[in-house]
Design a protein around this ligand. Structure first.
Ligand code: UD1
Ligand code: CA
Length: 449
């Protein structure tokens, strides 16, 4: 039997934030979500989250996790006090308890599997994850012998000078035999620099206590302040980029680009400098992205080329060319081989294949047929101050420069709109529509003198 408990009740004073530390975002997911997902593969019988500081906020962020049991720690008197709160909900539970700090977000699932396997094979009362760090500042030091047996953990601030030189640190990840831990939990004392009940003190009370050193020390980075948050963010980005480079994506300047875990690339994609992918971003084979693009929850078909542009919540089919300086907003759908040029914004609109919106346009709440040519400066006036209305432009139509289509309005197929027209009425297929003042010429006119 396995129970997993994540400690997430602390305030995170060192973050200097109104947000509880475990809700700080890291590459699109909160710290606590990352910790929870690192142990999902272990299929625990029980999953408990210890909440306290802003408990409601943490709870509501995670309410989709139906199997998660929330345990309230109020007030928060330390990590040992946090785990004491499990005595009631885990009364009668027999098996192992995996305890994870809610602020250690880069753990690999395989590392936890190994830790559990090692713990079960050795029959230790506790097995904890450790690392050797060049700079162990801030972490609890693990006093261990050559056989991997741990005698004690001493927090950084409680260390003697000699102890502080130990470079083996406690990652804050432990496998306990629950029955053995439950027996010693009530005896913890707060006789330390912070006056808190330390979970780490249980290790000296349990025998045998073993440790497992993690191969990649980057995995156990704990986050206490924004500097560490940024450093973990950089490591995560490096992992993501390396993964996709191995899958066949070319990055021209990798460190200048950021990815989300939901980003998916096809083959032979080239990512130029300064490109950012967020949420579920799907990039088809042979796309060329950037420089300077933001692709957020959007999907691009094969061979799309896009330069200095923002694509959010949009779908772009194969062979389209976008930018520079275009913005595709939610609900924009570009069918194959469209061209969207500079200073063009498209929102909640379908643009038929082969259509061109090349310069200085706003297309909102519109349906364009195929091979439409939208002239420079064409605007769909979709909002009457109260409601949004749709504009329809039939296939093969052309709008002249600086046209305004006041929605709701339908232009049939093969319509031509004269430059500078403001149209308020529907236009039948095959017509020329003009909606501008007639040009007036006064010959030999003298201005006021
Ligand atoms: C802890 C360990 C330290 C280890 C380090 C690894 C203790 C005493 N020290 O130190 O040995 O090297 O993690 O990152 O455990 N929390 C609660 N309730 C509380 C206090 C904290 O739930 O009353 C939670 C926090 O939300 C956090 C986790 O426990 O997720 C760790 O707390 P934190 O204060 O960050 O411990 P560290 O000082 O980093
Ligand atoms: Ca910490």
């Amino acid at each position: 039997m396995l129970a997993v408990a994540v400690l997430a009740a602390g305030k995170g004073t060192r973050m200097k934030s109104d947000l509880p530390k475990v809700l700080q975002p890291l590459a699109g997911a909160t710290l606590v979500e990352r910790v929870l997902s690192s142990c999902q593969g272990l299929a625990p019988q029980r999953s408990l989250l210890i909440v306290g500081h802003q408990a409601e906020r943490v709870r509501s962020t995670l309410k989709a996790n139906a199997d998660l049991e929330f345990v309230l720690q109020q007030p928060q008197l330390g990590t040992g006090h946090a785990v004491q709160q499990l005595l009631a909900p885990l009364a009668g539970f027999e098996g192992d308890l995996l305890v994870l700090n809610g602020d250690v977000p880069l753990l690999r699932p395989e590392t936890l599997e190994q830790l559990l396997a090692r713990h079960r094979a050795s029959g230790a009362a506790v097995t904890l994850l450790t690392a050797r760090l060049a700079d162990p500042t801030g972490y609890g030091r693990v006093m261990a012998n050559a056989e991997g047996e741990v005698s004690a953990i001493v927090e950084h601030r409680d260390c003697s000078d000699d102890q502080r030189r130990v470079d083996l640190i406690n990652a804050g990840i432990y496998c306990f035999n629950w029955t053995r831990l439950a027996a010693v939990l009530p005896t913890l004392s707060s006789d330390n620099d912070q006056g808190e009940l330390y979970l780490t003190d249980t290790v000296a009370m349990l025998s045998p206590a073993m440790h497992m050193q993690v191969a990649d020390a980057d995995e156990i980075n704990g986050i206490n302040d924004r500097l560490q948050l940024a450093q973990c963010g950089a490591l995560l980005q490096q992992r993501l980029r390396e993964h996709w480079m191995r899958e066949g994506v070319s990055f021209i300047d990798p460190v200048s680009c950021t990815l989300s875990e939901g980003t998916r690339f096809g083959r032979d994609v080239v990512v130029e400098p300064q490109c950012h992918f967020r949420g579920q971003a799907q990039i088809g084979d042979g796309c060329r992205i950037g420089p300077g693009c933001l692709i957020d929850n959007a999907s691009l078909g094969e061979g799309v080329e896009i330069v200095y542009s923002v694509v959010r919540g949009a779908t772009v089919d194969a062979g389209c060319a976008i930018g520079p300086f275009a913005q595709l907003r939610p609900g924009a759908v570009l069918e194959r081989e469209c061209r969207v040029g500079n200073f063009v914004e498209i929102k909640n609109s379908r643009i038929g294949s082969g259509s061109k919106v090349n310069h200085l346009s706003y297309i909102g709440d519109a349906d364009l047929g195929t091979n439409v040519n939208v002239g420079a400066g064409t605007i769909t006036a979709n909002y009457d101050g109260l409601r949004k209305h749709r504009s329809v432009i039939g296939s093969g139509s052309k709008t002249g420069a600086n046209s305004v289509l006041v929605a709701p309005i339908t232009l049939g197929e093969g319509v031509t709109v004269g430059a500078g027209s403001t149209l308020t009425k529907d236009v039948p297929s095959g017509s020329l529509a003009l909606g501008r003042a007639k040009q007036l010429i006064k010959e030999n006119w003298q201005g006021p003198s």
